[in-house]
Design a protein around this ligand. Structure first.
Ligand SMILES: Nc1ncnc2c1ncn2[C@@H]1O[C@H](COP(=O)(O)OP(=O)(O)O)[C@@H](O)[C@H]1O
Ligand SMILES: [Mg+2]
Length: 283
């Protein structure tokens, strides 16, 4: 396979057990440059465990990983980052009470000499942070001294993404970047994901929102109970088919039948006026 078409990162039959519980079973997937791989699955499916394996936080119990056509072992998140595998965790990894500029350079601050001392060059940090965010369409933030806590959820995600790209990410792993966001904010992040993809980065986008996945995904992997239930490319499956896959097919129909039976048998409890009045009075 040529370098242009070979994956930048590849997992082959990766399994991960935690004291007897198999969180991942024989998972194989490929990440390509300039593509978004959407990792879909319900809670407990193994998505976070898979990310932690890709990002060097966990080591597989068995199976192999390749990066840039070489077999690799990632003993730590630092070792993954040094190779260009960057992860933006769900909680975004931003500290609300520090400035945008400082946050951008957290752990790798630009310094300038001040007599015998090296001090944090906040003017430079602010300028770089703002420029990088602007390049991804965030124009509302105009002061690098602004605290991260004053940014919207979407802006924080973009800050973390811009930082990863600036520091040389080749593979960018995003753990549910849109799950806590409203429609407009999620759209902002999805636009940035697409932009990052166009720059030739291999993106892994974790979500349980099929609409968000379909907006940006080139390839899709559905995980159920730690196993790859389905793997397909853009355009091969409809939204309903993907939803059914995520729910495990039959299970979805059973669930719906159970729910409608519950609805039919449900009668609203009687609430008397006295109780309502007590609640209103705060009793
Ligand atoms: N550190 C751990 N120790 C023990 N069990 C774990 C650990 N991390 C995850 N698991 C288990 O692995 C399974 C998959 O979890 P996880 O990867 O967090 O799923 P998801 O992110 O898709 O919700 C769950 O059953 C979870 O309880
Ligand atoms: Mg998770």
């Amino acid at each position: 396979m040529s370098a242009a078409t070979s994956p930048i990162m590849e997992l082959q039959n990766v399994s991960k057990s935690f004291s007897g519980i198999e969180a991942l079973k024989n998972v194989s997937c490929e990440i390509f440059r300039g593509e978004v791989l959407c990792l879909l699955g319900d809670n407990g499916a193994g998505k976070s465990t898979l990310i932690k394996v890709l990002s060097g936080f966990h080591q597989p119990t068995s199976g192999t990983m390749h990066y840039a056509c070489e077999e690799v072992v990632l003993p730590s998140p630092r070792s993954a980052l040094e190779r260009g595998i960057a992860t933006v965790h769900q909680e975004v990894g931003t500290v609300p009470l520090i400035s945008v500029g400082r946050n951008f350079f957290l752990g790798s601050e630009p310094t300038k000499r001040f007599g015998p001392l090296k001090i944090f060059d906040s003017a430079k940090a602010n300028a770089v942070a703002l420029e990088q965010m602007r390049s991804f369409g965030i124009t509302r933030v105009t002061n690098g001294n602004q605290l991260v806590g004053t940014l919207s959820g979407g802006e924080r995600q973009v800050l973390a993404i811009a930082r990863a790209i600036y520091f040389g990410a080749q593979v960018l792993i995003l753990d549910e970047p849109t799950s806590a966001l409203g429609v407009k904010e999620a759209a902002k992040v999805l636009v940035v994901v697409n932009e990052v993809r166009k720059q030739g980065i291999g993106v892994v986008f974790i979500t349980h929102n099929v609409r968000h996945a379909m907006a940006v995904g080139n390839q899709f992997v559905v995980l159920i109970h730690g196993q790859v239930e389905a793997k397909f490319r853009r355009g091969e499956k409809s939204r309903d088919e993907i939803l059914n896959l995520m729910a495990g097919g039959e299970q979805m129909e059973e669930l719906e039948a159970e729910l409608s039976a519950l609805e039919d048998s449900f009668t609203a409890p009687e609430v008397d006026d006295q109780t309502v009045e007590q609640i209103r009075m705060g009793a």
